[in-house]
Design a protein around this ligand. Structure first.
Ligand SMILES: Cc1cc2nc3c(=O)[nH]c(=O)nc-3n(C[C@H](O)[C@H](O)[C@H](O)COP(=O)(O)O)c2cc1C
Length: 354
């Protein structure tokens, strides 16, 4: 019997309330399958926003099919909702969400495994009904209590409360998990996952104590044996990171957290130049493309100085490469043990007093 079975694990059909959340624009089908096979929920990440979005959708679909071939357990996809200045949803989001729904409709085996759609960044309003009609569980990542309430009222099944210490794109309100999570769990009735800063059973126990139903991690799972698609230099960069080595810079959808290096310093100092060699400032589109290509430079080619290394603050506390298969159940056991010990200590203290 899994030690921390709860309404979230029952809703999603997993053993442990532990999620490997989206790690786009990077390849994660093997990692996602490993986390799902270990009893958690793995997530296939979106592959980026290439100029040819249909080619991006084909790559994404290959990743989804690879994951489905490696696990018969539930897994998720993560699709950020990009929005332009007028509030219109960007084409990549639309194409990717429709691709996922079509892929499931065409393949019932895939549909029985790819059961969770996680959205993030902008509000997923235009897609809520289609995701529900497809029978998928809809998780949405938010950075404020107001967004959590809006999402739950709109019918989202699970809210992921994202604290500012998280890796990758972080909430613009910059609220940290310890403040945000209790406010969100107080405000909504749907299951809540904490994301940002969790790394082991202590973080999971703390999340449960704050009223959350589980945790969604990014950085911890990057540093794992099963994350074999990523360049070893990326993994080593996270292992080498010390406290204070992370920084928030302007990403693609707002603030983004990664390691301090030549690439993030270039953004912070406004030194990125137009690609035509003129020395001019890049246009907004050119700057976004530079950022995405720079992210992929570190992840696929291992250039962790000139490429952006997205990572959470928790990287400074990651000192070992985990085996996902062993780690996920052990993390749940550790959290359950902590909660049991605390309850027993409280019981002891109470009986001494009475
Ligand atoms: C390398 C990297 C890429 C990420 N890409 C995405 C993404 O594509 N979509 C998304 O919603 N979150 C993304 N995130 C955020 C993670 O899903 C997760 O919420 C975050 O890593 C949690 O913080 P932690 O790193 O402290 O565990 C990314 C995080 C990292 C570290």
């Amino acid at each position: 019997m899994p030690p921390l079975s709860n309404r979230y694990t029952q809703l999603v059909g997993i053993d442990h309330p532990i999620v490997q959340e989206g790690l786009g624009p990077f390849r994660t089908p093997k990692l996602a399958a490993a986390v799902s096979n270990a009893g958690g929920l793995g997530t296939v990440s979106m592959p980026g926003m290439p100029v040819d979005i249909d080619a991006g959708a084909r790559t994404f679909r290959e990743h989804i099919e690879e994951c489905a071939s490696l696990t018969d357990r539930p897994f998720a996809v993560n699709i950020p909702v990009g929005v332009d200045h007028e509030g219109n949803v960007l084409p990549f989001t639309d194409v990717y969400i429709k691709m996922v729904l079509a892929a499931r409709e065409a393949d019932s085996t895939l549909a029985s495994r790819l059961t969770v759609m996680t959205t993030s960044a902008g509000f997923p309003g235009p897609y809520l009904q289609a995701i529900k009609d497809a029978g998928m569980i809809h998780q949405h990542k938010v950075g404020s209590t107001r967004q959590a309430v809006k999402s739950a009222e709109a019918g989202v099944d699970v809210v992921i409360a994202a604290g500012f210490e998280m890796g990758g794109h972080a909430p613009s309100k910059a609220v940290h998990t310890f403040v945000l999570v209790p406010s969100v769990t107080e405000a909504v009735d749907v299951p809540v996952l904490l994301t940002g800063g969790a790394r082991d059973g202590r973080g999971l126990a703390a999340a449960l104590a704050m009223g959350a139903d589980g945790v969604a991690m990014g950085s911890r799972f990057i540093v794992s044996e099963e994350n074999s698609d990523w360049h070893p230099n990326y993994i080593q960069a996270l292992l080498d990171a010390q406290e204070g080595d992370d920084v928030a810079f302007n990403g693609v959808y707002g603030p983004c957290r990664g390691l301090r290096n030549a690439a993030s310093e270039k953004i912070l100092s406004g030194a990125v130049q137009a690609p035509d060699g003129s020395g001019d400032q890049p246009t907004e589109v050119e700057l976004e493309r530079w950022k995405i290509e720079s992210m992929q430079l570190s992840q696929t080619e291992g250039d962790v100085d000139n490429g952006l290394v997205l990572a959470g603050q928790v990287s400074s506390a990651l000192n070992d490469v985990i085996s996902v298969a062993e780690f996920v159940p052990a993390m749940a056991d550790e959290a359950a043990g902590i909660l049991r010990d605390l309850a027993a200590k409280l019981q002891g203290a109470t009986s001494v007093r009475t």
